[in-house]
Design a protein around this ligand. Structure first.
Ligand code: PGA
Length: 251
């Protein structure tokens, strides 16, 4: 089912103690409050188990920011989808542009990660988005279509239906330069159309597509008001309750 979702992505920030304190503060702030979206926090691997144990995970879903493209074995330093699931996390961010750019994660690698996440009962939050040069060259629609097709269109219909998508134009991430609500809506509608062409209108209509890139308490309401924008993937503004809460309340 299509849902409104506000998901934080802490990236490589916060010690375990700081992260735990932030998660508890958010949990307390949401307690007894009715919000019109699902709330998720994406945290570094080492935080997952402690946070999942310390908060009400029916109120706040916990997400890993990545998982391995291999099931298990001699892959020093990697963390498998099975391990992520064993912490109590229910989501995993896959294909973030920082993983693509700095750790050379290509579509075939991301496809493996998505399959392993699904096999372990995790909901992938799959990220796509063009870089500035691609937008300026007018190739952004093609680029994003290719990212979705290459990594996800091998999935069966029922598996695709379990995925959350996030459109994050790379030029908007951490730059303070947000996409306009029109730009977001236009791309989200495009993505939904591609999904409809492959999996049918029903699957496309049910798919939650989040916007990410300098989303904050000031611009969230306008972005979320667009028909194909089902929420946000939030980096910088998810690092404090004060900044994150207004985004949750934008719904
Ligand atoms: P930002 O990051 O909100 O800090 O721009 C978004 C993201 O990378 O998910």
């Amino acid at each position: 089912m299509r849902k409104n979702i506000v998901a934080g992505n802490w990236k490589m920030n916060k010690t375990l103690q700081e992260g735990l304190a932030l998660a508890k503060e958010l949990d307390a702030a949401l307690k007894g409050r009715t919000v019109n979206c699902d709330v998720i926090i994406g945290t570094p691997f080492i935080h997952l188990a402690s946070i999942a144990a310390a908060i009400d995970t029916t109120r706040i879903g916990v997400a890993a920011e990545n998982c391995a493209d291999k099931e298990s074995g001699a892959y020093t330093g990697e963390v498998s989808a099975t391990m992520v699931a064993s912490t109590g996390a229910r989501y995993v961010i896959i294909g973030h542009s920082e993983r693509r750019a700095y750790y050379h994660e290509t579509s075939p690698i991301l496809m493996e990660k998505v399959k392993l996440a699904l096999a372990n009962g995790l909901t992938p939050i799959f990220c796509v988005g063009e870089v500035l040069a691609e937008r300026e060259a007018g190739t952004h629609f093609e680029v994003v279509a290719r990212q979705v097709e290459e990594a996800l269109f091998g999935l069966k219909k029922e598996d695709f239906g379990k995925i959350v998508l996030a459109y994050e134009p790379v030029w908007a991430i951490g730059t303070g330069r947000t996409a306009t609500a029109d730009q977001a809506q236009e791309m989200h509608a495009h993505i939904r159309q591609i999904v409809a062409a492959r999996y049918g209108e029903e699957v496309a209509a049910d798919c939650s597509i989040l916007y990410g890139g300098s989303c904050n308490g000031e611009n969230a309401k306008e972005l979320f008001s667009r028909p194909d924008v089902d929420g946000g993937l939030i980096g910088g503004a998810s690092l404090s309750v004060e900044k994150f809460m207004p985004i949750i309340e934008a719904f």
